[in-house]
Ligand binder design. Sequence first.
Ligand SMILES: NC(=O)C1=CN([C@@H]2O[C@H](COP(=O)(O)OP(=O)(O)OC[C@H]3O[C@@H](n4cnc5c(N)ncnc54)[C@H](OP(=O)(O)O)[C@@H]3O)[C@@H](O)[C@H]2O)C=CC1
Ligand SMILES: Nc1nc2c(ncn2[C@@H]2O[C@H](COP(=O)(O)O)[C@@H](O)[C@H]2O)c(=O)[nH]1
Length: 325
Amino acid sequence: MEIFDYDNILLLPRKCRVQSRAECDAGVTLGGRRFRLPVVPANMKTVITQELCLWMAQHGYFYVMHRFDIDNVQFVREMQSQGSFASISLGVKDADYATVDTLAALGLVPEYVTIDIAHGHADSVQHMIAHIKAKLPATFVIAGNVGTPEAVIDLENWGADATKVGIGPGKVCITKLKTGFGTGGWQLSALKWCARVATKPIIADGGIREHGDIAKSVRFGATMVMIGSMLAGHEESPGATVEVDGKLYKEYYGSASDFNKGEYRHVEGKRILEPVKGKLADTLIEMEQDVQSSISYAGGTQLMDIRRVNYVILGGDNAGEHLLM
Ligand SMILES: NC(=O)C1=CN([C@@H]2O[C@H](COP(=O)(O)OP(=O)(O)OC[C@H]3O[C@@H](n4cnc5c(N)ncnc54)[C@H](OP(=O)(O)O)[C@@H]3O)[C@@H](O)[C@H]2O)C=CC1
Ligand SMILES: Nc1nc2c(ncn2[C@@H]2O[C@H](COP(=O)(O)O)[C@@H](O)[C@H]2O)c(=O)[nH]1
């Protein structure tokens, strides 16, 4: 198997088919809704808030609310009463089952539920998918996180409508160090490996460090990418603002860090500071423009045209040109 990651892959251009990059559509469909960008902010406490969720939905972006210290039922009610779709996260514990039961009893149907646990290839996820499908059959279920084709096949067979791929490539992740497992360091080739067997959308989660990594993810099979660190350092970001030597930073911590958990038990995440880089809206616009450019380099007009391009692997044992035949 070829092993590579975002920093040692380059995509190869095809003849341009547009007069302007404005003709390229960076939009993507997930769960029957069209979004203007294949990017979703990570469902983490230092990345997303209810206010940002509403703003994103109202401006044509997908979002997934985090699942920590919030009332999911109230969240669904408030988002839907403001005319937005509701996209929540759940774990696999008794309280999460109770949330599903309450939503169903109240007739509150979230449009999207993301089952979000560290090791998503698990019986607990199978049971939770079955429970959601029984109680909220219209809800689009994203399940993860996983890092192997076997896991993608199982989750899809268990009823997931999309899978989330990425165990340990995140910037605040220490899973690789603490457990010896994961896709950290080879996330892009793990995505390719998983995408070969996927019949439903994949969200590539973690490891995106540059805007060009969005196109690379799409090339290797992602429908969408989930991004934490690159979206955590904005003026609107919920992490605490910290000043160091006159420069402003936002704190960004892992969901499995002691900062999020409130205790040091099964810690697989750490806390870092991200430099504040202006407004989220401006970064999302720049990402959209960069994805439009990517599509034009791919010789296309639509996001999925990126899937057709060849690529080179730079350096290492797998170095070389890879042509689509
Ligand atoms: N993408 C990634 O690489 C990772 C992401 N995370 C994020 O951190 C947050 C917390 O995750 P998580 O700890 O799973 O959530 P929870 O604390 O809600 O745990 C979910 C359930 O899975 C169990 N569990 C957790 N890890 C494992 C494992 N390795 N093997 C077997 N059972 C397990 C837990 O039990 P118990 O705690 O008793 O074992 C619990 O019952 C999530 O948002 C998750 O996405 C965390 C690590 C890696
Ligand atoms: N191993 C861990 N992974 C985590 C933790 N908290 C979040 N995450 C994952 O990281 C991505 C974001 O990655 P980034 O490279 O864009 O910053 C996020 O979506 C989760 O899947 C954690 O504590 N440990």
